[in-house]
Design a protein around this ligand. Structure first.
Ligand code: NI
Length: 424
């Protein structure tokens, strides 16, 4: 059986990290955590006592194929950014571009220890197929706008074809946002999600203007809107951004099936504001972490996202005790995985998926790192460049700069060509 040997193991159920070997069964689950250098089996990775093993990072809101649009529009407000730059470029995207952008994103994600992501876009068969080839775990949906039966049918066909595939793909429904989907359509989508037992991924109150629309035009509170459309009763609901969800209404979305996805760097870059994460965590809301797409971040780097999330709320509220390193590691692992419906991913324990980020802690930045302070070292000192290897469902996808399931030169060369296609 595959063994990850002699690593310093930490997940968010542990106070201190522990040295050990991680044994993986033939289904790609963790079958045991044993004392260091005691496990027998096929050693797929030897940490030599100077590697941390944490659960693979989970990017809970992104649009992977937007790597092809990276840098295309900078320093503009969200609506202008979308309407003058992004939507016209997206009109030119063909399935091959979606595939190419997704592959480019996956190279970046797995080199930084990301094992799982939630994605909303279109031509999603391409993204599903790329995730299966790379070996990543993903929750995928087709972005739905207006009252468009064709798009909804594409989303349902995606579910038919890929939901549950290889135990690594979940298909959700993807109503884009309250400003692009009419209320009746949203209610219909929520009903279908309940009937077919599918999760929903939704952009929610990213900008202040959306909150004003609820107050001035819809004349309804955002939480009541979610309740009345049935969105709060779908099996799993990912509410991306949630920057402007009123703090005094957070109790109404504090449900086991609802996850608010914090996207701090996209919100900062687009000038959207900062989400009330202090209040969310205070209430015990399930909060996950995501990068958003590469056109608005521009990195798909969960380390950068964790560090930003841990820093910005402290600064804004002038309170260094807020949003701890352990909080953000929870957001970036088990909170995201469970929010998507992967109920056995995000912890390093027997019976759970062997999804791991293996992090070199031998370098200068980690002098002083030990079993008690590992999480803080990872979030405040660590970077994605410290990731030595990435494992999903027990399989090595990346190790010491080498990709096991993809050819980075070929993918990058093709992406350059496709970028020229869509911008000429
Ligand atoms: Ni987004």
């Amino acid at each position: 059986m595959p063994v990850v040997r002699d690593v310093l193991i930490w997940d968010c159920e542990r106070r201190n990290a522990e040295s050990g070997d991680i044994v993986i069964d033939e289904d790609g689950r963790i079958s045991a955590v044993l004392p260091s250098r005691s496990a027998k089996g096929d050693v797929i990775f030897d940490g030599g006592g100077e590697t941390a093993a944490i659960p693979g990072l989970v990017n809970s809101h992104t649009h992977v194929s937007m790597t092809l649009l990276r840098g295309l529009a900078e320093e503009l407000p969200l609506m202008e950014w979308l309407e003058t730059k992004i939507f016209p470029a997206e009109d030119r995207l063909l399935p091959r571009h979606i595939r190419s952008g997704a592959e480019l994103a996956m190279l970046e994600m797995i080199s930084g220890g990301t094992t799982c992501f939630a994605d909303m876009y279109y031509f999603m068969r391409e993204v599903a197929s790329a995730a299966l080839t790379f070996g990543m775990r993903a929750a995928l949906c087709r972005g739905l706008t207006g009252d468009d039966a064709r798009k909804l049918n594409e989303n349902l066909a995606l579910a038919e074809e890929f939901n549950g595939r290889d135990g690594r793909i979940i298909v959700q429904l993807g109503p884009h946002a309250p400003y692009t989907v009419p209320r009746e359509s949203l209610a219909r989508i929520a009903g279908i999600a309940r009937d077919k037992n599918l999760g929903v991924h939704f952009h929610w109150l990213e900008t202040e203007g959306e909150l004003e629309t609820f107050r001035n035009e819809y004349k309804i509170s955002p939480s009541a809107y979610l309740e009345q459309t049935g969105m709060l009763d779908v099996p799993k609901l990912l509410l991306a951004h949630s920057v402007w969800h009123p703090s005094d209404e957070l109790g109404r979305v504090n449900r086991a099936n609802v996850t608010l996805v914090h996207n701090p760097k996209s919100n900062l870059k687009l000038g959207s504001g900062y989400a009330p994460v202090r209040e969310m965590l205070g209430l015990g809301v399930n909060v996950a972490l995501g990068t958003d797409g590469a056109a608005s971040n521009n990195r798909l780097d969960m380390w950068d996202e964790m560090r930003t999330a841990a820093l910005m709320h402290k600064g804004y509220h002038r309170d260094p005790t807020l949003v701890s390193a352990r909080d953000v590691l929870r957001m970036a692992t088990v909170a995201g995985a469970s929010g998507m419906g992967f109920s056995d991913a995000g912890l390093i324990k027997t019976g759970w998926q062997a999804d791991l980020a293996l992090v070199d802690i031998s370098g200068p930045r980690y002098v002083g790192c030990d079993a008690a302070n590992l999480p803080e070292f990872l979030v405040y000192s660590g970077t994605s460049r410290d990731v030595r290897a990435t494992v999903v469902a027990g399989k090595l996808l990346y190790k010491d700069g080498r990709y096991m399931t993809a050819d980075p030169e070929e993918i990058t060369a093709k992406a350059k060509e496709h970028r020229r296609d869509i911008t000429k």
